[in-house]
Design a binder for this molecule. Sequence first.
Ligand SMILES: Cc1ncc(COP(=O)(O)O)c(C=O)c1O
Length: 438
Amino acid sequence: MPMPSPALSAVELARTDLHASLADPSLEAVNFLNEIIDRYPSAISFAPGAPHPGFFDTLDLDGYIDRYTAYLADQQHLTRAQVRRRLFQYGPSRGLIGELIAEALRIDTGIDVSARSIVVTVGCQEAMLLALRALSVGPGDMLAVVTPCYMGIVGAARLLGVPLVSIGEGEAGIDLAQLVQTCKEVRKAGRRVKAVYVAPDFANPSGSFMDRPSRTALLALAAQEDFLILEDSTYGFTAHDDHALPPLKKLDCHRRVVYLGTFSKVCLPGTRVGFVVADQPVHETPPRDRLLADEIAALKTMVTVNTSPICQAVIGGMLLANGGSLAALAKEKATFYRRNLEHLLNALDRRIGRHGGIDWNAPSGGFFVRVRLPAVVNDELVELSARRFGVLWMPMQHFYPEPVESRELRLSCSYLSPEQIEAGVERLAAFVNHVRYR
Ligand SMILES: Cc1ncc(COP(=O)(O)O)c(C=O)c1O
């Protein structure tokens, strides 16, 4: 009997047979940038928002795990066999270090929540995905995002088919008047804004910071228009003590805020540990004593089962080694990133200057600066910048849920040393001159 030819029998999948989120331009954008970074390895890159690699040199992972296991033995009175089981076996989907996270939140921010309202997730990314999954009943439930906006939340919404609506940043991090108007219009169309995603402390990519009146007004609006707030706290640790404002979750008296956290920037992204605080009670008949966190933990059993206990032990040990505080752990890093940011802003002033359609914002924290150019900024321009001028950055157009023509780019200061930032801005100045006079 003749064998079927492998060439003929090999299956070919049409793109249209795959989920629409796979055709989302943001996935292409990430691939494109990674490919450029590979193609021009000597380019100085202001593209990644990753932590500075120098902080990993002194990490003692074994030491942190030992610290956590000693805590399990001393404070929770587990035997050696129980400790080993806890680290090596499957674990509870809500995670192991909820108590330690609750304690860190209390010490660092005054947010007072029980461990029961926390789910430890595989990075903040999983926290976003699970929270969105739990909250979105159907296509009528929309997520409002402040644009430009972090790609991860847009991607999670796309993956789940959650419709998005864009809100402008305004002067203070969110245009509240536009948000009210949008809620009304969406309601008129038979839908509702179910949740609003915000990063009030130095957002990615814009670096914007929400002032105190806007924080209070957003919370009031959440009650008035009946939506939840997804608060992303990723860059809050970089705020100087003199400028720091309380997180929305701390100001929230009505449990309107679902708080999203990560250990990626302060500890290490390689552990992929993040968390969600979801202390909203869930009513049902017959009544059961459930919180949104319980529902999110239930969803997690079908996504990643549980966050790696070994990685949680590393993070738990890091917290314990710093008196239970993430802020204490972050102090030195926050100073480093603020210095880098100052250096970047200073170098932009000295080497480029704000004129002829060139401008940038000057955040006092976070990793990012947005720069405006007198030209449309797209992938072709970033390729030219890498090839001819040896400097890389992110076109802002990728941070919008819908296609836009943007004249902005994002610079990140986290991954580079002050010397690299100086050299990078020198190259950027040559590139900007080229754009200005071509
Ligand atoms: C605003 C924001 N939220 C969340 C994350 C992702 O965090 P994680 O590494 O915990 O998934 C990032 C990472 O860059 C970010 O910029």
